[in-house]
Design a protein around this ligand. Structure first.
Ligand code: PHE
Length: 352
């Protein structure tokens, strides 16, 4: 004759089997978890039954305990099996709903920055002059009238100032500084350096300059590299030698032509042309069919400038030159409007 406990165990087994089938069909685990606690939790039916073994007659206890324990393990095993089947199904569903298509193109990489075309030209030019022993010097973009013009042999109210349409800056303490302006060339850097160092001196001054000018080939802000070499015995031959060597290294072998020109701070002064970079001198649209492209101004530093900078003009001579970098970048990259360089449209800059 079966003990009451074991009969009850049979009932529980049947009940469990039915509940498990129902819980397995449910879409989530909630039912299975409930089933687990109602059978095997601290107050679960099987747990209580197991606990009731203590009240059975002593001879029934070992058998009842053993059987109930076996059944408990068996049922719990079934439940765990169903739980893990559920888990597997959920995982498969998640995977197929977030299907990963490895044939899709990858995400765009974060774009790398690059050096602006104007600064690429500045860097290449600077390097060539540094190799010839020039040091790089810089100065402020808001400059004293006296350094931008006065010390460079532009007398006050002299018409030569009209060559450089100037942005003047209204400063509160003009009286103590004198008139301020946005430098129209980097020549004031040369004045500053000559006053600070004296001769001998061999510098280049790259930087931004400003003139009140704006069309396809003029921008109110543009870039220059100016050079200066002052020392005993420096002659026009040195000027031609240094500039010709620079031009050949930068643009390749080609014609170089010095035309007389006027700048207040040099005497004699010249404008320098090179054989057109595009047609090699035959004549094309870019060089306006002349075969030449003007690229810089140069000359022997005027004695008035040396004296204004505290350098003995009896003993020292020197030359200076100034290159417009943007115009050269335009020509090298085939850009037809200077403003493209400064509107910061990345699509345009990337196309260069
Ligand atoms: N400073 C001149 C300019 O900007 C260029 C130049 C420099 C010309 C040195 C001659 C000598 O126009």
């Amino acid at each position: 004759m079966k003990s009451a406990a074991l009969t009850e165990l049979d009932t529980l087994k049947a009940e469990f089997a039915i509940s498990l089938t129902a819980a397995e069909a449910a879409s989530d685990d909630a039912e299975l978890q409930r089933l687990r606690s109602s059978f095997f939790g601290p107050k679960g039916k099987v747990t209580l039954l197991l606990r009731s073994v203590g009240q059975l007659p002593a001879e029934e206890r070992p058998v009842a305990g053993k059987v109930i324990n076996q059944v408990r393990q068996e049922l719990e095993g079934q439940l765990v099996l169903v739980l893990s089947r559920h888990e597997e199904l959920a995982r498969k569903a998640a995977l197929s709903s977030h299907r990963l298509d490895t044939t899709l193109p990858g995400r765009q990489p974060v774009p790398m920055g690059a050096v602006h075309p104007v600064h690429r030209v500045v860097a290449r030019m600077t390097e060539l002059f540094v190799r010839m022993g020039f040091e790089v010097a810089t100065g402020p973009e808001v400059e004293l009238d006296e350094l931008n013009f006065g010390a460079l042999n532009f007398p006050d109210d002299h018409p030569a100032r009209d060559m450089q349409d100037t942005f003047f800056v209204r400063a509160p303490d003009e009286r103590s500084f004198g008139r301020l302006l946005l430098r129209t060339h980097t020549s004031p850097v040369q004045v500053r350096q000559m006053r600070a160092e004296g001769a001998p001196i061999r510098i280049i001054a790259p930087g931004r300059v400003y003139r009140c000018d704006s069309d396809a080939s003029h921008s109110p802000m543009f870039h220059q590299i100016e050079g200066l070499w002052v020392e005993e015995g420096v002659s026009f031959a040195h000027l031609k030698g240094v500039l010709t060597s620079f031009i050949h290294s930068f643009f390749g072998e080609r014609g170089v032509r010095f035309r007389p020109s006027f700048f207040p701070f040099v005497e004699p002064g010249a404008e320098v042309d090179i054989g057109c970079v595009f047609c090699g001198g035959k004549g094309c649209r870019v060089c306006k069919h002349t075969g030449w492209m003007e690229i810089l101004g140069a000359g022997m530093v005027h004695p008035n400038v040396l004296e204004a900078c505290g350098i003995d003009a009896e003993k020292n001579t020197g030359f200076a030159f100034g290159v417009g970098v943007d115009r050269i970048a335009m020509q090298l990259y085939g850009i037809d409007d200077l403003k493209h360089l400064f509107t910061s449209d990345v699509r345009f800059l990337e196309s260069l």
